[in-house]
Ligand binder design. Structure first.
Ligand code: M6R
Length: 609
């Protein structure tokens, strides 16, 4: 949801800011812009569309200077246009501001500033910020005092950065709700919404806390807390490498991340599992508490909720804990009931999703304990939860979540087994067999990845369709939801996932010879019921694409297309089924000429409600 970058140093300002923006493009790509101080002159460039458009503009009108800020936008207030692109300026064009978040009181501030004679050129909420700073500077305050006064007037959530001709070589910054990091390289300082933007240069970074603000200069960083007290910078080593945030030899980051899944699984297995025991070194809850949990409420959004729905089944089956799931945006507003033995589980790749974070805060307000499953352990959710479990998926940048999803499911599985083992629920033999099967998952995923040519053929067929249906039951009902979500978000083909049993209660009416039906039917208790679904769709002329366990000749014969996954326990099948569903969405989107890593209207990290 918008990305911001700032840089002070001796490297080419244009290149550093552009590379930073490219690494943040997953946060939005409706427009991009840059403002640079060259001596005491402020110069701005803006372009509508992806960062490549700004890059083109900079080729014909380059920027030089040694302090600058830049922005990539996911539009909230005002359509994507050059006027609405950041940085936003005051009327004299000597103050520039970039902003990620929403100023909730902008309408009131705007009216007040218009009364004062300020002229607004954009429809954005952000534009109030440079005018406010300007107003306080005209009242005689220094740029620093004016910045602080401006912050005090802004309500809502934000990460922002500002530069002014009157504060040469100083970049002001503030964080309230939206993420912001400060980083340093060799005699150079940066700020950014996320760590990938600084990786090429920085070796150390500070993750700002809420309400912190300050400035960077060529000499260093100064940070204050919300009470105006100086804060000692807490530098941490940047452990990511350029390769971690680069697409390498893959055409798209999404494909790279799909192929990384076996390695992610091996990493999680190495940390969580020894010969017989499951470990959660980072989990702050003790075993007595875990054994006493009576009810778990899982709240998350999008793909993370789909993972949570599979997790719910694991918690019930392996930990004997009653669990429920809900969209965070619904959960927090439906006045959820709190009881002493309830635990709220938040699941999020980014740890910055506004709805999920609001759910965490709602739980805390009701004195409920919160455990979060997070990929980004430096995120706001990590700080605000009582305990966390690290997904260990590695940086995920592709807007369509892939490796974070399977890592969420795997960690939920381990957590359920861990709690189950504290309660001595699983017979030793059964437990050993299941753990052996889990250990075999990375190789089974690698085997599925080899079937990409077959999946490409199915994608060629799917690419001309307008509607698709995904069906699954029990463990694979969430897989159907996730398969449909993946397909629609990157290929723009309408796709809906349903529980197989619900098919005949309405969705069956949609089936025709032009509506393919994806039947998820691995071996297990519900396979026979999925065959009934297949028949229902087939007799209405639906084209059948089935996902089956290898060697399932009966379903193969009935299917127009099929994809095989290796044999595995039914409870583990969603972990394997996810891979062909991701590849199917990916290759269909490619066949339709879509920009897979930058799907229209979306952003990776949804930091507004
Ligand atoms: O960072 P989070 O896991 O909290 O994000 C939640 C959703 O926004 C995310 O999963 C979204 O649905 C993905 N684009 C799906 O691929």
């Amino acid at each position: 949801m918008c990305g911001i970058v700032g840089y002070i140093g001796s490297k080419s300002i244009e290149s550093v800011l552009l590379v930073g923006l490219q690494k943040l493009e997953y946060r939005g790509y409706d427009s991009a812009g840059m403002a640079v101080l060259n001596g005491d002159e402020l110069v701005t460039r803006k372009a509508v569309g992806k960062i490549a458009e700004l890059e083109k503009l900079l080729k014909s009108s380059p920027l030089i200077g040694n302090a600058g800020i830049a922005h990539t936008r996911w539009a909230t207030h005002g359509e994507p246009s050059t006027i609405n692109a950041h940085p936003h300026l005051n009327n004299q064009k000597d103050i520039a501001v970039v902003h990620n978040g929403i100023f909730e009181n902008y309408a009131k501030l705007r009216a007040e500033l218009v009364d004062d004679g300020y002229v607004f050129v954009s429809e954005t909420d952000t534009e109030v910020a440079p005018h406010l700073m300007d107003k306080y500077m005209h009242e005689g305050f220094s740029s620093e005092e004016a910045f602080v006064r401006m912050l005090k007037r802004l309500e809502g959530q934000y990460a922002l950065a500002a530069i002014s001709e009157k504060a040469e070589r100083k970049i002001f910054f503030a964080r309230k709700g939206s993420p912001l990091i400060i980083a340093r390289g060799n005699n150079e300082y940066l700020l950014a919404s996320d760590i990938p933007a600084v990786v090429p240069i920085a070796h150390e970074a500070i993750y700002l806390e809420n309400d912190q603000w300050g400035y960077i200069t060529p000499a260093g960083v100064t940070i204050f807390n919300g009470n105006g007290e100086k804060v000692e910078p807490a530098w941490q080593a940047v452990s990511l490498s350029v390769e971690d945030v680069d697409k390498g030899d893959f055409e798209y980051l999404m494909l790279k991340e799909i192929y990384e899944q076996p390695d992610v699984f091996e990493r999680v297995l190495k940390t969580r599992l020894d010969d017989t025991f499951i470990h959660f070194p980072e989990l702050k809850f003790n075993k007595d508490y875990l054994a006493r949990i009576g009810r778990i409420l899982i709240q998350a959004c999008g793909t993370s909720l789909n993972a949570g729905m599979i997790g719910r089944m694991y918690l019930e089956q392996f930990a004997h804990i009653s669990a429920e799931t809900d969209y965070s945006s619904e959960w927090r507003y439906r006045n959820p009931l709190a009881s002493g033995d309830s635990l709220v589980v938040g699941i999020s790749q980014s740890g910055e999703t506004a709805d999920t974070l609001a759910g965490v805060r709602e739980a805390k307000a009701k004195f409920m304990r919160v455990l979060s499953f997070l990929n980004n352990v430096n995120s706001t959710m990590a700080r605000e939860s009582d305990a966390l479990i690290e997904l260990m998926a590695g940086t995920e940048i592709g807007v369509a979540s892939t490796k974070a999803f399977t890592a969420q499911v795997l960690n939920l599985l381990f957590f359920s087994l861990y709690v189950g083992s504290i309660k001595w629920l699983l017979p030793a033999e059964e437990r050993r067999e299941l753990l052996d099967e889990i250990r075999a998952l990375p190789d089974k995923m690698r085997q599925i990845l080899k079937s990409h040519e077959r999946i490409k053929e199915i994608a060629e067929f799917l690419k001309d369709k307008n509607d698709t249906i995904f069906l699954g039951r029990t463990y694979n009902y969430p897989s159907a939801l996730e398969g449909a979500l993946k397909l629609k978000e990157i290929s723009y083909i309408h796709a809906s996932g349903y529980a197989g049993g619900e098919f005949k209660h309405g969705p069956l009416a949609l089936v025709s010879d032009n509506v393919p039906v994806v039947i998820i039917a691995p071996q297990g208790d519900i396979r026979a019921k999925m065959i009934s679904n297949l028949k229902e769709a087939q007799s209405r002329k639906g084209t059948i694409i089935s996902i089956i366990t290898e060697g399932d000749e009966e379903i193969k014969k009935e299917s127009d297309f099929y994809i095989e996954i290796p044999k595995c326990a039914e409870s583990l099948s969603p972990l394997l089924v996810a891979v062909p569903l991701q590849l199917l969405a990916y290759y269909t989107a490619i066949a339709r000429g879509c920009d897979v890593d930058r799907p229209r209207n979306l952003a990776k990290s949804v930091t507004v409600e």
